[in-house]
Ligand binder design. Structure first.
Ligand SMILES: Nc1nc2c(ncn2[C@@H]2O[C@H](COP(=O)(O)OP(=O)(O)O)[C@@H](O)[C@H]2O)c(=O)[nH]1
Ligand SMILES: [Mg+2]
Length: 309
C-alpha cells in the first residue's frame, strides 16, 4: 500500500467524524454549525473548531460549492496551523555526539515501543544507538527493552530491578562514550502526574545527564497516546512544567477517532511533533508532516513529498 493510503486509513475514524454534508444547500449558518460540531467530535477542541468554522463562514463560498472544496479549504488551514510544528527529529545534529534522548510519559503511552522504533530508524541511517532501560520499577520493563534491542541488534544497558536510575544513566553515558555510540535513548518509568517521587527521580536523572554533558538531554520527548484525546493536556502541563520537553510523539493513531487532538495541543503548547506512531511494528514511527496529516484527517487524497521520497 502506498504510504499515503496507509496514513489515510490510519486516520479513517477521525475523517469519518470530521465529515459533513452540504448537498444542494448553500453554505449558510447551519452548515457552518455542522462543520464546527464535526470538528469538535473529532477532538479538534472547541476554540480551534470555532476558529476553523468561522473561517469557512467568512470565506463566502458560492452556492454549489462541494464538500470536497470546503474540505480542501479546511485542510489547508489546518496545514498552515501545524506547519511550524513539524519537527526535524530524524536529522542528526553533529554537535551532539552522542545525541542523548530522554523518553518520558505516562505508563502505557508507548514509550518503550517508541524507543525501539526510534532505534530502528537510526540504525537504518547507519547510526549506533545505545538503549538504556531506566524503567527499573518493574523487571518486565527491562525485559521488554532487551527483547527489542535483540530484535534490531542494538546494545542495551540495564540494571537490577529497583536499581537507582540516576546511577544507571550515569554508567550508560560513560559506556556510550567509551564505545562510540552516537545516540543514547533513555527509556523511563511511567511517571504518573500525581506521583511526585517519580517526577523527582526524573529531575535527578536530568541533573546527572547535565553533569556529564551540559547541553543534554538534547531531546526530551514526551510520548502521548492518541486515544487520550483532549485529556492529554493535563499530561503535557505536568511534564512541561516539572521536566521540560522539546517535542512530543503521539502514538496509537492507528484506530483512534481522536486524531484531531494534535491540532489544539500543539497550538496551545507550541511544541513540535517529532513523530507519530501508527502501529505496533518497528516500521510504524513516521515523521510528522503537516500536509499529510491535514489531508488525512479530512479524508483527502494527498501526494506527499516527505514520505514518498
Ligand atoms: N496500535 C498501536 N499500539 C502501540 C503503538 N505504540 C505502542 N503501542 C502499544 O501500546 C502498548 C504499551 O506500549 P509500551 O511501549 O509498553 O508503553 P510504555 O508503558 O509507555 O513503555 C503496547 O502494547 C504497544 O505495542 C502504536 O503506535 N500503535
Ligand atoms: Mg515502558
Amino acid at each position: 500500500m502506498a504510504f499515503f493510503e496507509k496514513i489515510k486509513s490510519v486516520f479513517r475514524k477521525t475523517s469519518e467524524k470530521v465529515s459533513f454534508s452540504i448537498g444542494k444547500k448553500k453554505i449558510d449558518e447551519n452548515v457552518v454549525q455542522e462543520i464546527e460540531e464535526a470538528l469538535i467530535m473529532a477532538d479538534v477542541g472547541i476554540e480551534t473548531s470555532v476558529e476553523l468554522a468561522s473561517k469557512v463562514a467568512s470565506r463566502k463560498f458560492l452556492k454549489g460549492t462541494s464538500e470536497l472544496e470546503v474540505q480542501r479549504f479546511l485542510a489547508n488551514e489546518v496545514c498552515s496551523m501545524l506547519k511550524p510544528y513539524e519537527g526535524d527529529f530524524f536529522q542528526k545534529n553533529p554537535a551532539h555526539n552522542p545525541e542523548i534522548m530522554l523518553i518520558i510519559g505516562v505508563n502505557g503511552n508507548g514509550k518503550t515501543t517508541t524507543v525501539a522504533k526510534i532505534a530502528y530508524v537510526l540504525t537504518h541511517s547507519g547510526r549506533r544507538p545505545l538503549l538504556v532501560a531506566a524503567d527499573t520499577f518493574r523487571a518486565a520493563a527491562t525485559d521488554q527493552l532487551k527483547y527489542w534491542a535483540k530484535k534490531i541488534s542494538v546494545d542495551v544497558h540495564f540494571g537490577r530491578e529497583k536499581a537507582d536510575v540516576a546511577g544507571l544513566v550515569y554508567d550508560a553515558l560513560k559506556l556510550a562514550l567509551a564505545e562510540g555510540h552516537d545516540a543514547v535513548l533513555i527509556d523511563t518509568a511511567g511517571r504518573m502526574q500525581n506521583r511526585g517521587d517519580l517526577l523527582d527521580e526524573l529531575e535527578k536523572m536530568k541533573r546527572v545527564i547535565k553533569k556529564l554533558n551540559p547541553s543534554a538531554p538534547h531531546r526530551t520527548i514526551l510520548v502521548l497516546d492518541g486515544f487520550t484525546g483532549q485529556a492529554v493536556h493535563n499530561q503535557v502541563d505536568v511534564f512541561l512544567n516539572r521536566i521540560g520537553i522539546d517535542g512530543i510523539i503521539v502514538t496509537k493513531l492507528d484506530g483512534t477517532a481522536k486524531g484531531g487532538a494534535i491540532i489544539p495541543l500543539v497550538r496551545k503548547y507550541c511544541v513540535p511533533v517529532f513523530a507519530i506512531g501508527i502501529g505496533e511494528g518497528l516500521d510504524d514511527l513516521k515523521p510528522f508532516d503537516a500536509k499529510t496529516y491535514a489531508d488525512a484527517i479530512f479524508g483527502l487524497e494527498s501526494a506527499n513529498q516527505r514520505y514518498d521520497a
